[in-house]
Design a binder for this molecule. Structure first.
Ligand code: HEM
Length: 397
């Protein structure tokens, strides 16, 4: 069968199969991204692990921007709003930028946030209880839960949260003008919150960022970059875990099984992260030296991306049924949905809690739920993130 061109319309209709076909042709390919930039993409589980641990593949916002300008011309904007954050830095800088996040994503905070995740989920699900028609779970649950939890983590006042949700929605949307406006509005809003926390610090992440700035550990641009990193890395990813998980359980025949036995939920979360991971392709790394991955040599100064989606469905790692959902799969936790090694996702424990609480509660309350007939859901067509625009479900108790 002829494989569709990468990122073309036909690719999105069966991108998992297309990625697997690419892997079978070789572990490392030089691809052209939709914006025209060239990048080396690593496919398959073993090669992904090699790349994620390779000391010659680094992250540095300035260097990545230089390479992108070489490919796309001098007008390429800075590497996103989170240029100055832990995500796009390395070494001592990265450790310095990560320190405030570690303080708030560790076990103490999770013990505090866990019960709040239960409460917020219950409120959202109460809100759709009794609907007679289909419910869009992306809109009603998957979107509001992670942004509300992030707002708690950051310490944003409750009254501001609806506005923050609406800016976040516009920021992540496809209307570029609305997204830029929302970015500017959020920047101004965060500046006000930072000023307020100077006068009234609390046990929250924004106060910790302010303290780090006062101690000379962070500058203003780094604080803003960190706040935007959290919105991008912590919100859309978790939203997609909930949407992709709901879809996988409903269409993969495991919804009723989970409804009968909620002790399977952590295992189910691992399996849906493996089968349909929110971050399909890792954010940019660059080759600081000549780097060899799975026998392919990549010259210095190149962009390298790792296809976590391909790694997680690699039949050589997970067997011939790697493309199917099996919530009893014994090695599901070997997925790479959160990356691996030194750069493993810092928010993974929080995301796991949110995914588990929502999937457990949805199946418990509505054990006979089904995909809504006549309301097809549309997938996002994005290189890095993988998720659904809508998730229409008929909720049946
Ligand atoms: C299902 C949800 C999530 C998924 C699938 C996910 C996935 C990832 C991946 C693939 C990476 C990059 C690994 C690499 O490039 O090697 C990453 C990094 C990161 N994630 Fe997550 N993430 C999720 C949720 C969260 C949440 C809830 C937060 C915070 C509240 C968060 C914070 C971060 C941070 C700070 C980094 C950068 C770590 C570093 O560079 O050291 N993530 N995540």
């Amino acid at each position: 069968m002829k494989q569709p061109t990468l990122w073309a319309d036909a690719y999105w209709e069966r991108f998992h199969e297309a990625d697997e076909a690419r892997r079978r042709q070789g572990a490392v390919h030089r691809e052209t991204l939709p914006d025209g930039a060239r990048a080396w993409v690593v496919y398959g589980h073993a090669a992904a692990l090699e790349a994620l641990h390779h000391p010659g593949l680094l992250r540095d916002a300035d260097e990545i921007q230089r390479i992108m300008r070489r490919h796309l011309g001098p007008d390429v904007p800075l590497s996103g709003m989170f240029a100055k954050s832990a995500m796009l830095s390395d070494g001592a800088d990265r450790q310095r930028l990560l320190a405030p996040l570690k303080a708030h994503l560790g076990p103490r905070m999770l013990r505090r946030l866990g019960p709040r995740v239960e409460e917020i989920t219950a409120e959202l699900l109460d809100g759709v209880d009794g609907y007679s028609g289909p419910v869009d779970l992306m809109r009603e649950v998957a979107f509001p839960l992670p942004i509300t939890v992030l707002a708690e983590l950051l310490g944003l006042p409750e009254t501001d949260r609806p506005q923050v949700r609406s800016w976040t929605s516009a920021l992540m949307g496809h209307d570029q003008e609305a997204s830029a406006d929302a970015g500017a509005a959020l920047t101004a809003y965060f500046q006000d919150v930072l000023a307020a926390k100077c006068h009234a610090p609390a046990d929250d992440l924004v106060s910790t960022l302010v303290q780090a700035r006062d101690a000379g550990d962070l500058d203003d641009a780094e604080i803003m970059g960190t706040l935007f990193l959290l919105i991008v890395a912590g919100h859309e990813t978790t939203m997609n875990l909930i949407g992709n998980g709901t879809h996988a359980l409903l269409t993969g025949g495991a919804w009723a099984r989970l409804a009968q036995d909620s002790s399977l939920v952590d295992q189910a979360v691992n399996e849906v992260l493996r089968l349909d991971c929110s971050v399909r392709v890792t954010p940019h790394r660059y080759s600081a030296t000549e780097v060899t991955i799975a026998g392919t040599t990549i010259p210095p100064g190149e962009i390298v991306l790792v296809s976590l989606g391909s790694a997680n469905r690699d039949p050589e790692r997970f067997g011939d049924d790697a493309h199917l959902l099996d919530i009893h799969r014994p090695d599901a936790s070997s997925h790479l949905a959160f990356g691996h090694g030194a750069r493993h996702c810092l928010g993974a424990p929080l995301a796991r809690i949110e995914g588990a609480v929502v999937l457990r509660e949805l199946t418990r309350r509505w054990p006979r739920a089904e995909p809504a007939p006549n309301l097809p859901n549309r997938r996002e067509q994005a290189v890095f993130m993988s998720g659904w625009h809508t998730m229409w479900v008929q909720l049946e108790p």
